[in-house]
Ligand binder design. Structure first.
Ligand code: BGC
Length: 711
């Protein structure tokens, strides 16, 4: 495709169409010029290719491998896992005709309550950046693009649609942008997805410094910047800032504004051309018909178990693990049968297979015995999707009450108690000193059950290391009293994120960053420095094959790492090269703005704030009862994975409605909630009925889309 020739032939109407998406996941085709429609799909830990025109979570999707989530893969400290997983996901993309995968999620884990932490790698920029880059390389090596998301400072969910992240330049540059910078420079992702929130007052989608100054001019990014779904506010400002593609599109207002702005000269057509050029190049590089080769679903399922086993973190072990295959076990906990293996929200996958711990134990012929006769009790505990999801932050860091009391009860029997955890993010572990062992699986993907059994019975040796600190209590977390509570999220702790904070202030933690046990033992020499290189020799001094991670910290920061796999008695020397370039010093100052007034209602108000006025309340209730209806429908479905997914989808919809703004809802709803209707609803909520109705009855006029034109 000769992109320049095509661009030269395009009308302004066609350009305005090309820079916005259609049918939720696609780019707008231009049949007259032979420009096809590119297909994107979530992401990030497997494919959620929805059947039909799609939505943000409810509709069923094509079966695909639900790989371990980022929270899990990060604890493997092994970029190769991410590379192989990326290749496998790309094969599935090719099969379903998906051209760009929406992921990986590169945001820093700033607070353990962020509902979306399961989709992010780490509290450390180097670890997150290295693993993210490896996944990008894996996916793109198979001819499928990626979208690094969510750029940037999208570290909480409660106010993600309109929140304002107030942070210093130092925190922004040295912590939050770093993983993106690393992946952009190293792996050249096809696209970057800009986040919903504002940074120091400016929406990411209108942030020229972020999208052009830093991303393109400083880091050399030459791909497409797309918006998160509904993240555009002012389309013209966004184009000027460097946002190429508005997603999901089908918003008459955006095309109207572009056409008007070009006509009245307030938008330079060169800015529009730049965006079109980027999009055309992306389509040219990644568009291709679906592959006819069926992915090797079984091999991908095996890869899930292999990666999950490599990433699980053994947090405590008094010697009870590995379990003797002949030992009598009392097995309990809801998650034994209903393993939580993936997160809730836009990343939800319809798995090809599902192996719970119960399935894997049954395959091994292992069944529960009565408590009083057992050698050990194994409890499968953790968070369910009711507690942790995209769209809202967790309310606290606790495990459900019934799980805690069951663990207490078991400890009182004097039996050995093994706790197996499933979670997307740290939880308080008040029982840590009382139990014999804790094995943390995070959210291990569809074949997590096989991995758990392999680890518990010693066929595999745990080697995961925490990619985030596990605090003793939530109150120990910096910013715990303000996190997720206001539209202005103040990053008061600056660069003291995660272990940087706990170490500096000597705050005791439950399990530190980088920690994880093994069934074997290792000895490590001190790091030896030679110019920019540092070397360490790791020896397996125990009796089992196992893996250890050499971790180099300089000035309290992780500066390099490598995982080594060693037979008993074997040694390997790891060498890490450190960039000794001059570090730029950025300012720690920043201004904390006042939160905007809650009244009058505006297009940017949080949906739940609508309840402040009489008509707003009616509107709010109407929307919520629609979401409740979806939940009721899901609850009536026959038991099974489909029902679970439908319930998760409906809950997600409720959360999304609650935390959204009318503007963002309208921008992500395509034709279902046009901008004039959203604006009318704002007027009505403020008691201006006539003005509101007039707006609702005056649709925004735009030319037909190129795909609707008769050829
Ligand atoms: C999420 C993105 C996702 C997109 C499309 C948004 O709400 O934040 O991560 O890729 O929806 O489903």
């Amino acid at each position: 495709m000769d992109t320049e020739k095509i661009l030269a032939k395009m009308t302004v109407e066609e350009k305005a169409a090309l820079v916005s998406g259609t049918d939720f996941m696609y780019t707008n085709p231009i049949p007259r010029l032979g420009v096809p429609s590119l297909c994107t799909s979530d992401g990030p830990h497997g494919l959620r290719k929805q059947k039909g025109s799609g939505d943000n979570g409810i509709s069923a999707s094509e079966p695909a491998t639900a790989f371990p989530t980022a929270a899990c893969t990060a604890s493997g400290w092994n970029p190769d896992n991410l590379r192989r997983m990326g290749e496998a996901i790309a094969e599935e993309c090719r099969y379903y005709g998906v051209h760009t995968l929406l992921g990986p999620g590169m945001n820093i884990k700033r607070n353990p309550l962020c509902g979306r932490n399961f989709e992010y790698f780490s509290e450390d920029p180097l670890l997150a950046g290295t693993l993210g880059a490896a996944m990008v390389e894996g996916v793109q090596s198979k001819g499928v693009g990626v979208s690094l998301k969510h750029f940037a400072l999208n570290n909480s969910e409660n106010y993600r649609f309109m929140g304002n992240s107030a942070a210093s330049e130092n925190a922004i540059r040295s912590i939050y942008l770093k993983p993106f910078e690393y992946a952009v420079k190293r792996a050249r992702p096809a696209t970057v997805m800009c986040a919903y929130n504002r940074i120091n007052g400016t929406y990411c989608s209108e942030n020229k410094r972020l999208l052009t100054g830093i991303l393109r001019d400083e880091w050399g990014f030459d791909g497409v910047v797309m918006s998160d779904w509904g993240a555009v506010r002012d389309r013209v400002e966004a184009l000027k800032a460097g946002l190429d593609l508005e997603m999901p599109g089908d918003t008459a207002i955006c095309r109207r504004r572009i056409l008007d702005a070009v006509a009245d000269g307030s938008l330079d057509v060169n800015d529009l051309d730049k965006a079109c050029r980027n999009i055309l190049k992306w389509i040219d590089k990644y568009y291709r018909p679906a592959s006819e080769t069926t992915p090797d679903w079984e091999a991908h399922n095996d890869l899930c178990a292999e990666i999950a086993a490599d990433c699980a973190v053994l947090m405590k072990n008094d010697g009870v693990l590995p379990l003797d295959k002949r030992s009598k076990l009392y097995i309990t906990g809801e998650l034994f049968k209903n393993m939580r293996y993936q997160g809730a929200g836009s990343s939800m996958i319809n798995p090809t297979f599902l192996t719970s711990p119960a399935d894997a134990f049954e395959t091994r012929g292992i069944f529960s015995v009565p408590l009083d006769e057992c050698d050990a009790a194994v409890v499968f505990a953790g968070l369910t999707d009711m507690y942790e999801s995209e769209g809202c932050d967790r309310e606290n860091m606790k495990l459900p009450e019934d799980q805690l009391s069951e663990i207490d009860m078991l400890c009182e029997t004097g039996k050995k108690v093994v706790v197996v955890l499933f979670d997307g993010s740290p939880v308080e572990l008040p029982f840590a000193d009382k139990v014999s062992a804790i094995l943390n699986m995070y959210l291990p993907g569809q074949n997590g059950g096989t991995a758990v059994a392999d680890l518990l019975f010693g066929d595999k040796n745990p080697s995961g290391k925490l990619a985030e600190t596990w605090p003793v209590r939530y109150e120990d977390v910096p910013g715990h009293d303000t996190f997720g509570k206001s539209v202005v999220e103040v990053y008061a702790e600056g660069v003291e994120v995660g272990y940087r904070y706990y170490n500096k202030h000597n705050v005791p933690v439950r399990y530190p960053f980088g920690f994880g046990l093994s069934y074997t033992t290792f000895e490590k020499t001190d790091w030896i420095k030679d110019k920019n290189s540092y070397s360490q020799t790791v020896t397996n001094t125990g009796g089992r094959f196992g893996a250890e991670v050499a971790q180099l910290y300089i000035g309290g920061e992780l500066c390099g790492f490598e995982k080594v796999y060693l037979q008993p008695g074997e040694s390997k020397t790891v060498t890490v090269t450190v960039d000794d370039g001059q570090k730029t010093v950025y300012s720690d100052e920043f201004t904390v703005p006042d939160p905007p007034p809650k009244l009058p209602i505006t297009l940017e108000s949080r949906f739940s704030d609508l309840r402040q006025t009489f008509f707003g309340r009616i509107l709010y209730k109407g929307m919520m009862s629609y979401a409740d209806g979806e939940l009721k429908k899901a609850n009536k479905m026959p038991d099974g994975a489909d029902k679970n997914n439908a319930i998760k989808g409906a809950l997600f919809l409720k959360r999304i409605f609650d935390s959204n703004s009318l503007r963002s809802l309208s921008m992500s709803a395509g034709r279902s909630l046009p901008y004039n209707v959203a604006s009318g609803l704002v007027e009505i909520s403020n008691g201006r009925l006539i003005r509101g109705l007039r707006l609702i009855l005056t649709p925004i006029k735009v030319p037909k889309l190129p795909k609707e034109e008769k050829e």
